[in-house]
Design a protein. Structure first.
Length: 376
């Protein structure tokens, strides 16, 4: 699984979100010119909100050993991320902490051939001549430069990464760890919780991208819906019924739902839909839940990559944004994998009854969540 560092944390919401979303590293920026700068006191205050959890990384630019020591008197750091020409052996001997060395890349000739005594290298675009910061400039280098490169040490890909491009970046470079700062901000120096969650999810989704559907997606959703039914319900519904499913009818259904303002969340890989889910207000008056997840399908080739969890989180966020705090869904009783999945997400069985669909009578189980926030 790809490791993720969220850098430039400077407020409680960003810190809490980074922890909850499962980042591997939390980064504090101690370089004053940066819009993400925090004092050691502020970093210690934020870090204290969750004493355990991800490792803390301190970012320093051209620091002195005494300057680092002064910072460490105030906040415990697990890793030092360094910019500049420094004596790493001296720093290692004095502090006994892992050292990450940032390397700016512009051409293939700039790729490191030696670790330089660093425990890990952080690769990002070389700062332009007029930059006020050696990194964190929201630009990326040509990722294809890494083709054939033999890393002299473990490394992290950084620079210009966002929730939208991180999956492609990982696919091209083979990176096993990524670092982001400005790419998860809604304004300069202001982290966006939704972008943090999306970045972490997309980093670990095997190149799968998540987005909200538009009417133009209806035909592709119809095709995928039929394929997903045939995969999920083989053996649970008659083969003849599954064979007669019409993608065009399904497309018309979803076109109408989306055109009417219905929310459909998509998961895509290489431009093809591999999963989708829909949610809205509760339609079943017998269930004491305000919201409803009307559909969730993930093709087999995209399962076990966290796609279903990410779609459930997106739909829960949609419902919460509408003021709907609780939600439920129906699943076939015989669909054991789906039932295990919903139970793993904290769903509890709240109803059981016979249902008819496509002329076939089966038994449905309703799962409910009293507080949809547990799915985020």
């Amino acid at each position: 699984m790809t490791q993720v560092k969220i850098c430039g944390i400077n407020d409680p919401v960003a810190f809490d979100t980074t922890i909850e979303a499962g980042a591997d590293w939390v980064g504090f920026n101690f370089f004053p010119p940066s819009p993400r700068f925090v004092t050691p006191e502020r970093a210690a205050e934020l870090s204290g909100r969750s004493p355990g959890g991800p490792l803390r990384v301190g970012l320093f630019v051209d620091p002195t050993a005494d300057g680092i020591a002064k910072t460490l008197e105030t906040i415990r750091l697990d890793i030092l991320q360094l910019y500049g020409v420094l004596d790493l052996a001296e720093l290692r001997a004095r502090f006994g902490l892992p050292l990450w060395q940032a390397v700016g890349i512009a051409t293939a000739e700039g790729l490191p051939t030696s670790s330089g005594a660093a425990d890990r290298l952080l690769l990002e675009a070389k700062a332009p001549p007029d930059a006020t910061r050696p990194g964190g400039n929201a630009t990326s280098f040509d990722w294809s430069l890494l083709t054939g490169w033999r890393p002299p040490a473990p490394w992290i890909l950084a620079g210009g990464l966002t929730a939208d491009n991180v999956g492609e970046a990982i696919r091209i470079t083979g990176a096993t760890a990524v670092d982001v700062s400005s790419g998860v901000e809604s304004a300069r120096g202001v982290k966006d919780p939704a972008l943090i969650r999306a970045f972490i999810a997309n980093s670990r989704s095997g190149g799968i991208r998540f987005r909200r559907a538009t009417v133009a997606d209806a035909d592709a959703i119809g095709e995928m819906h039929v394929r997903a039914w045939r995969e999920a319900y083989a053996g649970l519904m008659p083969d003849a019924v599954l064979a007669e499913l019409d993608p065009k009818q399904r497309a018309a259904l979803w076109r109408g739902i989306i055109a009417a303002g219905g929310v459909v969340q998509l998961a895509e890989r290489s431009g093809a839909i591999v999963g989708f889910g829909s949610s809205g207000r509760q339609r079943d008056a017998s269930l004491p839940f305000a919201g409803e997840i009307g559909a969730l399908y993930v093709l087999r080739r995209a399962q076990r990559l966290g796609v279903g969890r990410r779609l459930m989180a997106a739909m829960a966020a949609d419902l919460l944004a509408q003021g709907l705090q609780s939600g439920s869904l129906w699943v076939l009783e015989g669909n054991a994998p789906a039932r295990r999945f919903y139970e793993a997400l904290g769903g509890r069985q709240v109803a059981r009854r016979e249902q008819e669909r496509l002329g076939v009578t089966d038994v449905g189980i309703a799962y409910g969540w009293e507080d949809l926030r547990v799915l985020l």
